[in-house]
Design a protein around this ligand. Sequence first.
Ligand code: B4P
Length: 188
Amino acid sequence: MNLVIFGPPGAGKGTQSKFIASKFNLHQLSTGDLLRKEIKNKSILGSTISEIINKGELVSDKIVSDLIEKFISSKNYKNRLIFDGYPRNINQAINLDNLLKKYDQKIDVVLELSVGLKTIKKRISERQTQENRSDDSQEIATRRFETYEKSTEPVIDYYKKSKLLKVINGEGSIDEINVEISDIIEGI
Ligand code: B4P
């Protein structure tokens, strides 16, 4: 199965994706991690990406699409991908459908982690003390949340129409959310 995990910054997409990948033998495809890897490589592309991420904005659709196509086209990952952080706008959602169709695949379920701004700010400030991510300051985190509301939230309606969406209360504990997600996946 291929699944999409969706939610505001700091909602726990990465946290839950790691759990799902290990429990169901899937591959976590985190566009955030791929972009941070490019930054670490100190390439020209990496410095462009770093500037955008540190403004709390979205990296260009083309850059991210090229990164994910490498995985979608690979036989090793066929029908075992968790899209963690992709799509983040309607254009990316349409692109994902087209790419999957091109390689004879589809999305089986979309998990939306629903979390409010207050919880997000708390989690991101805790993560900053552990990981020291450059985009985890309160100011950039608030901008990332605004980007989410403007560009990413409309994608929820896109998936509601295709009846793939399952909404999960992302305010619960990590373990509670693990259980809820497992039940959904096992039910498919
Ligand atoms: P991401 O890497 O996707 O970052 P995120 O949204 O902050 O992470 P996530 O929701 O995975 O949070 P986590 O599990 O770590 O994106 C970073 C940037 O990359 C974006 O702002 C954008 O610029 C760019 N980007 C990424 N994808 C893109 C795309 N498709 N197009 C364009 N640009 C793109 O959880 C956060 C913290 O909370 C952790 O410390 C965790 O331990 C804690 N936590 C998680 N769940 C918890 C729970 N239930 N209870 C308590 N704590 C919890």
